[in-house]
Write a protein that binds this ligand. Structure first.
Ligand SMILES: NC(=O)c1ccc[n+]([C@@H]2O[C@H](COP(=O)([O-])OP(=O)(O)OC[C@H]3O[C@@H](n4cnc5c(N)ncnc54)[C@H](O)[C@@H]3O)[C@@H](O)[C@H]2O)c1
Length: 381
């Protein structure tokens, strides 16, 4: 029988998980749960899912369900993940793992004690050329790493009329831009380079001190323009922008700028990794190209091509060279590796996919970044 999966939360990212699972042979999307009966039924019809629940706790009583994907706003990750683990389900949780380090520690420990598969969806790791670069670092192609620098920029919160639950710290967390998008960047560069951030110095800014909150809910990334009668003005207590300096384990240096108010940058994660043999650069908005920089010969652009890539990267490529792979494919590739473990009923010794430990690590780094911004000084991780 196929693995039976259930999805909690079906806004933007929930349907991406559903699409990813549907492109795998050995898993079936059995049920979904959203916020209340009416929304859940509507979403089940739209997404073609047979069973729906207005309360995820009821879904978790289904004995057939083996794996649960937590795709709700951040404040519900802890309670939904905990309930799923207690019900004996494997969990793929969206980032961030929880709202605090203490909650993330508890979930990591619970999953470990129960022997359940636990995954945090740092899906950007699963672009094939990211795996290629990681393999290049492993094989020594980049040489010694000098520095890693870049940005993660968006413009969907550019206007003070742009609104989403992420702007409310009670639903999203104490940090916004850093936790929401900076976490992806930091996870990615640590994953690719194999070196850990050990110290941070952060500087936050909030460009819109107040924003116009719509009187009715607005879905993520829906670009709705509001009229004065549609909103109320509320104060904002999280950052639109942050720059962070990093020191890595062996003295390597790094810098990251995140912003959700950079006009024209839609959702652009960019980094450059400078090594003693060559440099490499990758841009999430052109994910099928890897730039390689040289001092003594022409620079190169490696286009995604299984025949020109290391086997570790080629096995993530589902279509031939010249055909682009994107966000949906990265999520599918992550789910595929997780499914192999779900099939055997327990986590493998050293899973390739990101686990709750990685989610917990990001929570710890973010906590120190917030401390650094408050103290205006370097803080050790
Ligand atoms: N890994 C990624 O690339 C990525 C991308 C986007 C979002 N995310 C993460 O995914 C999560 C969801 O983000 P989104 O952009 O999809 O948000 P969203 O607002 O579009 O969707 C959230 C969904 O959760 C539902 N929900 C709210 N309360 C619920 C409850 N009590 N029970 C069940 N469902 C409930 C909402 O009705 C909605 O359908 C966030 O934690 C975010 O950080 C990750």
């Amino acid at each position: 029988m196929k693995i039976q999966a259930g999805i909690i939360g079906t806004g933007f990212i929930g349907p991406v998980h559903i699409g990813a699972l549907r492109r795998l042979a050995n898993i079936h999307v059995r049920a979904l749960a959203d916020d209340g009966d009416e929304t859940s039924e509507k979403k089940a019809l739209e997404l073609g899912v047979d069973r729906w629940y207005g309360d995820y706790r009821e879904m978790l009583r289904d004995d057939q369900l083996q794996v649960v994907h937590v795709c709700t706003p951040n404040h519900l990750h802890y309670e939904a993940t905990k309930a799923a683990l207690e019900a004996g389900k494997h969990v793929i949780c969206e980032k961030p793992l929880a709202m605090s380090v203490a909650e993330a520690e508890e979930l990591t420990e619970l999953a470990q004690t129960k022997g359940l598969i636990n995954v945090i969806n740092f899906n950007i790791r699963y672009y094939p050329l990211i795996r290629q670069l990681r393999t290049m670092v492993d094989r020594g192609d980049m040489g010694r790493i000098f520095s890693i620098h870049g940005s993660f920029l968006q413009d969907w919160l550019y206007y003070d009329t742009d609104y989403n639950w992420r702007l409310e710290s009670s639903l999203s967390g104490e940090s916004r831009a850093v936790a929401d998008i900076g976490s992806h960047w930091m996870d990615l560069v640590e994953y690719v380079s194999g070196i850990e951030i050990v110290e941070v110095f952060a500087d936050f800014a909030t460009m819109h001190k107040t924003r116009k909150k719509p009187k009715k809910p607005v879905e993520t990334f829906s670009n709705v323009l509001l009229k004065p009668e549609d909103y109320v003005e509320i104060p904002i207590d999280t950052e639109d922008y942050a720059t962070m300096l990093f020191r890595f384990k062996d003295g390597e240096r790094g810098v990251l700028t995140v912003s959700q108010v950079s006009a024209g940058r839609k959702c652009r994660l960019y980094f450059e990794l400078d090594g003693s043999k060559q440099s490499a650069a990758w841009d999430s908005e052109s994910p099928n190209q890897l730039w390689l920089g040289h001092r003594d010969r022409s620079n190169e652009i490696l286009l995604k091509d299984p025949s020109l890539s290391y086997p570790e990267a080629a096995q993530l490529m589902t279509i031939p060279a010249g055909h682009n792979e994107g966000f949906h494919d990265a999520c599918r590739a992550l789910c595929k590796e997780v499914c192999a473990d779900v099939q055997q009923g327990r986590p493998s010794e050293k899973p390739l996919y990101p686990t709750f430990r990685d989610g917990l690590r990001e929570m710890r780094i973010i906590e120190k970044i917030i401390e650094s911004n408050n103290r205006r000084s370097w803080v050790a991780i």
